[in-house]
Design a protein around this ligand. Structure first.
Ligand SMILES: NC(=O)C1=CN([C@@H]2O[C@H](COP(=O)(O)OP(=O)(O)OC[C@H]3O[C@@H](n4cnc5c(N)ncnc54)[C@H](OP(=O)(O)O)[C@@H]3O)[C@@H](O)[C@H]2O)C=CC1
Ligand SMILES: O=C(O)[C@@H]1CCC=N1
Length: 264
């Protein structure tokens, strides 16, 4: 059995560790957080071990960096030189480069991942970038473990991880925001909140399922909903007229710029 220690057990690490635990029994988990609470909670869920402090770090095959990018410097100072030298580092930090991680921790085997929270329900998207030093056995192991709860896409150029962050990493937030706006509008028009909430959730779920299972493009699927001179057409015309595509374009550029900023 291999072992993984996560430094940080927030929303994203929890989704990954629970996703791993549901789909595979090949890993033993060690969990650390400065305030202990979330590490203790996650340890209970995955039958793992809570690491109370960083003075004695267990020897693990994988160490996952799961704090916020802004917290990494402090974490690195506490753990540098204390990690098992042959271990592979898994970093989920947005922006932070493998070069920064390697220099800060004195390591060379790094998998940089851009995950997303649907990993919690076995439907995540994980983008991988490996440093050259990660061997094929570890690459296969990590690919298999992550594939158990997500679709894995491996990139050869690290810059591409910053590029995709604002799509698959942040993407669930856009969907949830659109879902919130539709639900609130439905409630404001008189539909009961519980009904509105369920109807919108199922509309998103059904549309995603149809898109995944259909060979039609998203444009073709949209056309199949949009009757000539009908209801959908009127709504789409407003999106077009008010510049939805331009807004999305600007939002994605802002996300990308922030990812690049974080990498400096
Ligand atoms: N949320 C998301 O959808 C995504 C997040 N990410 C990346 O995942 C990372 C974590 O994000 P998220 O889970 O949302 O953040 P959270 O704020 O939910 O969790 C951060 C975790 O890091 C812990 N932490 C804080 N300081 C340290 C430290 N010095 N050493 C170790 N652990 C520390 C916190 O501990 P405590 O519980 O004690 O406060 C907490 O458990 C970020 O780098 C983000 O870029 C990437 C893709 C998607
Ligand atoms: O917002 C963030 O910075 C992280 C990266 C993608 C999703 N959450």
């Amino acid at each position: 059995m291999k072992s993984l220690l996560s430094f940080g057990c927030g929303n994203m690490a929890q989704a990954i560790v629970e996703g791993m635990n549901k789909s595979s029994k090949e890993l033993e988990y060690f969990l650390y957080t400065p305030s202990n609470t979330r590490a203790i909670e996650l340890a209970k869920v995955v039958s793992g071990t809570h690491v109370a402090d960083l003075s004695k770090i267990p020897e693990c095959d994988f160490y996952m960096l799961s704090c916020k990018p802004q917290q990494f410097e402090e974490l690195a100072k506490s753990i540098k030189g204390k990690l098992k030298p042959s271990a592979t580092i898994i970093s989920i930090l947005a922006g932070t480069t493998t070069e920064t991680i390697s220099k800060s921790l004195g390591v060379s085997k790094v998998l940089r991942v851009m995950p997303n929270t649907p990993s919690l329900v076995g439907a995540g998207v994980n983008a991988f970038y490996f440093t050259d030093e990660v061997g094929s056995e570890e690459r296969h192991f990590l690919n298999d473990i992550f594939s158990g709860f997500s679709k894995v896409f491996t990139f050869e150029k690290e810059e591409e991880i910053d590029l995709i962050t604002g799509f698959s990493g942040s993407g669930p937030a856009y969907i949830f925001e659109f879902s919130r706006i539709l639900t609130e509008k439905m409630v404001s028009m008189g539909i009961a909140r519980d009904i509105a909430t369920e109807m919108i959730k199922w509309t998103f779920y059904g549309s995603s399922k149809l898109q995944l299972e259909s060979s039609d493009s998203s444009e073709e699927l949209r056309i199949k909903v949009t009757s000539k001179n009908g209801v959908t057409y009127e709504a789409l015309e407003v999106f077009k007229g008010e510049g939805l595509e331009k807004i999305v374009d600007m939002a994605i550029d802002a996300a990308y710029n922030r990812a690049v900023e974080l990498s400096k």
